[in-house]
Design a protein around this ligand. Sequence first.
Ligand SMILES: Cc1cc2nc3c(=O)[nH]c(=O)nc-3n(C[C@H](O)[C@H](O)[C@H](O)COP(=O)(O)O)c2cc1C
Length: 188
Amino acid sequence: MNNDFITFMRNRISQPALSAPAPTSTEWEAILSAASRAADHGNLKPWRFRIYEGEGRARLGQIYWHHALSEVDSLPASKEEAFIKKAYRAPAVLLVYAHLQKHPKVPDIEQVMAASAAAQQVLLGLNALGYGAMWRSGPACFTQKTKDLLSLEASDQIIGLIYTGTPKEKSTFIPEVVLEPYLKWVRD
Ligand SMILES: Cc1cc2nc3c(=O)[nH]c(=O)nc-3n(C[C@H](O)[C@H](O)[C@H](O)COP(=O)(O)O)c2cc1C
């Protein structure tokens, strides 16, 4: 079989070590428009995107810090910088979240699935333009405190943070895929 797109999908990998440049605004808009063609029951467009770049990343770092402060009795102020720095691991960080709507036929879980599908489309789109990316989450993504800090609604669901930039070292290692344990054919 020779299909460039299948090969491209097969070879997608995450890139943890990222530096500038990040996508331009035009490139982001192209990628996020394409990601917005993810499968979407009820055409609800539940995905929401927020891009942190430049000094905007300090706002995200502040959220990491304030979330950490809310989780423990106390933290020395000297630790703040380390939390802020986490948001600077890449030149751009895309927050993807699902904005859930009450719908008689589309349960919340399906809206979260659609937003997740959009996030995966983003990864492919970024790779297609030569950028590296890594989808990250962590317990902070799933607390009300983080939603408050991000000014999200209580019913919104964070899908992840996609750290984006140019790979510092282009990894050529593509993990082997063993399909057999995950696939069952039902033919009779
Ligand atoms: C919802 C979600 C959350 C993730 N969160 C993290 C994370 O917080 N930290 C991490 O190292 N990898 C996380 N990953 C996994 C990486 O994005 C990546 O898929 C993994 O390192 C395997 O690399 P690969 O994509 O090149 O196969 C997450 C993946 C998903 C789908």
